[in-house]
Design a protein around this ligand. Structure first.
Ligand code: ADP
Length: 192
């Protein structure tokens, strides 16, 4: 099993690159943002709970998110591995993921972090707002809050993986194929 955490701020290109990693390594892509949006669309209890947090650009509470993620993993017993996209987003989620995987005799191979500067991120998010139909992309205040939450709560998660020798950075600006190649190389050169 190969488990990868794909990491980066809103607008870093995680969704696009996750699709390419899936194609190359035949992994299952689990995007917590996508799963929440699907639940909102289907008006499930989980969707109703998540909506107010997402609309404000805040994180959905850890307990809810962790439980959801674990049941998604369990729903794919034949998977060759997973790409976690948008998870873990807090240190508590990172710890929960580690103990969940340990209980299954598995582990994270590495976190691949997409590095994109702030000016480029803002430009991409403004552009995405025109087509994504996402309420949290359309309101500049909400976008600013998401970036704030990222810096405050999520960026430290990179340090957690770095401490465990499981962190690799890839420059996330430029041609999309070049970025994919950088990711493949970083993953294949990673020791664990
Ligand atoms: P982006 O990375 O562009 O902000 P996502 O689709 O990953 O978009 O996430 C959208 C929203 O879903 C987040 O702002 C948050 O409210 C919620 N969310 C997604 N993943 C998590 C998570 N791991 N923990 C808590 N909330 C999450």
């Amino acid at each position: 099993m190969i488990h990868i955490v794909l990491f980066g701020p809103p607008g870093a290109g995680k969704g696009t690159q996750a699709a390419r990693l899936v194609e190359r390594y035949k992994l299952i892509h689990l995007s917590t943002g996508d799963i929440f949006r699907r639940n909102i669309k289907d008006s499930t209890e989980l969707g109703k709970l998540a909506k107010s947090y997402m609309d404000a650009g805040n994180l959905v509470p850890d307990e809810v998110t962790i439980k959801m993620l674990e049941s998604e993993v369990e729903a794919h017993p034949r998977a060759k591995g997973f790409i976690f996209d948008g998870f873990p987003r807090t240190e508590k989620q990172a710890l929960a993921l580690d103990s969940f995987l340990t209980s299954r005799n598995e582990k994270i191979k590495c976190m691949l972090a997409l590095i994109v500067d702030d000016a480029e991120l803002s430009a991409r998010l403004l552009n995405r707002a025109k087509t994504s139909g996402r309420a949290d992309d359309a309101d500049p205040e909400v976008v600013a809050n998401r970036i704030d939450v990222y810096k405050r709560e999520t960026a430290p998660v990179a340090e957690y993986y770095n401490k465990h020798g499981k962190y690799a950075e890839v420059y996330g600006v430029g041609n999309m194929d070049d970025i994919s190649k950088r990711l493949f190389k970083a993953l294949e050169e990673h020791e664990q």
